[in-house]
Ligand binder design. Structure first.
Ligand SMILES: [Zn+2]
Length: 441
């Protein structure tokens, strides 16, 4: 790793609260932070990269991910599902039970190599492996350390697999959060993970709330992803999902409520009041036919709405396009939702990540974290201050990421990974593991 890095001749889209487009700039990086941005930086650096002909952006952030889902790609041994619950029961809850600790590690490794290739530098993961709970977050953290990306991890506690799995899930979160606090590693952080209202009893929610608040940590939980979560929660507890989780102390500032597809205006107001962020995952919602979250209405309520992929892809520039089309369709108006979707990815994900990492992520500015990507995009139309969002959605998203840098460390250059890992070997081992895992299903 170089201590200092000089990037020259970059066209910057800085993002941040007052995004700027700057041509032919040099960026000087030292100890993981951007120290100087100027037309010409006159400093010596350990490493120099020419960014001529590239667009330089902050690395993308994926605010809701399940690395283990990698191992479902191409799986055919599942019964067809006609609604959301059978999707969980026929596929995900069979797959997660078959995962070993080594599977957790390899599934994460594969995803993270792809994330580097697609310019995603921070991922907020939500993990389940009910037959290999203890140590699973360390296994995933090992994959993050070996790839150099930033990760926020959690174990999704659920009562669906019995009392022992519940207890182990609570302990795995507690111990991993404590270890993160002790190590104070700027790359690996934790939230307290919970599956969803409909698989969690009040006893378990209370235990999680007590542990999480004692540790000063927010929660990462699926909220009203499908109508089934609302129906079960109302029938069982006489209130909606948001109200229940709010009253139990799960929706607090720093928490992530993934999905929030099936929430009404009253619940949106409560989400806003709670201080929790909502993370929208449009491709997953369409794939599971659970509906489209109204992120325009949520943002009007003052909710911080970010964007995740729920493991559908590591390519955030693909997910943001789906988010835009979904809002157009939902509101039956091609002028509604563009800003809401683009700001979810490019502004709000940075705010969500900053809460967790306590680092200046998601912006090119002096003293910001040097998490940067170079994209092979030489615009055929003018790129300027007023149209950078459209250039990213319709142009940059279609181009290849050339270089990925995290905290000043170059992880990929000229589309070649610069890691102490043999990529082909990783894929070979992953395929072997997946074949054995599918046999166990
Ligand atoms: Zn999810």
């Amino acid at each position: 790793m170089s201590d200092s890095l000089l990037i020259t001749h970059a066209t910057l889209i800085t993002l941040g609260a007052s995004c700027r487009v700057l041509n032919d700039q040099d960026i000087y990086i030292e100890d993981g932070l951007i120290r100087e941005i100027a037309a010409s930086v006159n400093r010596k650096a350990d490493q120099k990269l020419d960014a001529s002909g590239k667009i330089v952006l902050p690395g993308f952030i994926n605010a809701h991910m399940h690395c283990y889902s990698t191992f479902a790609r191409g799986l055919t041994k599942t019964e067809p599902a006609s609604s959301f619950l059978p999707v969980l029961k026929n596929l995900w809850w069979r797959l997660d039970k078959a995962l070993s600790l080594e599977d957790c590690y390899y599934s994460a490794l594969v995803v993270l190599l792809e994330a580097i290739r697609h310019g995603t530098t921070t991922l907020i993961d939500h993990h389940a492996s009910p037959c290999a709970i203890r140590g699973s977050l360390d296994a995933i953290a090992r994959a993050f350390r070996e790839t150099g990306l930033r990760g926020c991890l959690c174990y999704e506690v659920s009562d669906r697999d019995g009392a022992r799995a519940t207890q182990e899930g609570l302990e795995e979160n507690r111990d991993f959060i404590l270890a993160c606090k002790e190590r104070n590693d700027p790359f690996i952080k934790a939230l307290f993970g919970l599956h969803a209202s409909f698989t969690l009893t009040d006893v378990t929610l209370k235990a999680a709330a007590r542990l999480g608040s004692g540790l000063g940590t927010g929660f990462h939980i699926h909220v009203a992803e499908s109508i089934a979560d609302q129906e079960y929660t109302r029938a069982q507890y006489g209130k909606g999902v948001v109200e229940r989780l709010y009253e139990q102390g799960i929706l607090v500032p720093g928490s992530i409520a993934a999905h929030a597809v099936q929430v009404d205006e009253k619940e949106m107001a409560l989400l806003a009041q709670s201080g929790a962020a909502v993370v929208h995952n449009p491709q997953s919602n369409l794939n599971n036919a659970v509906g489209i979250a109204d992120i325009v209405a949520m943002q009007k309520h003052g909710i911080l709405v970010g964007l995740g992929t729920d493991a559908m892809t590591t390519r955030m520039s693909e997910e943001v396009r789906a988010a835009i089309w979904c809002q157009h369709f939902l509101h039956n108006n091609p002028s509604v939702g563009f800003d809401a979707a683009v700001s979810a990815l490019l502004l709000h994900n940075a705010k969500i990540a900053r809460r967790i990492f306590a680092a200046p992520l998601g912006e090119i500015a002096v003293d910001a974290a040097a998490d940067l990507i170079f994209v092979d995009y030489d615009p055929a139309t003018p790129l300027h201050q007023e149209n950078w969002m459209g250039q990213i959605v319709f142009g940059v998203s279609q181009a290849t990421v050339d270089t990925t840098i995290v905290a000043g460390r170059v992880l990929m250059r000229d589309k070649k990974l610069l890691l102490d890992l043999d990529e082909r070997e990783v894929y070979l081992r992953a395929r072997e593991r997946v074949a054995a895992l599918w046999e166990r299903l």
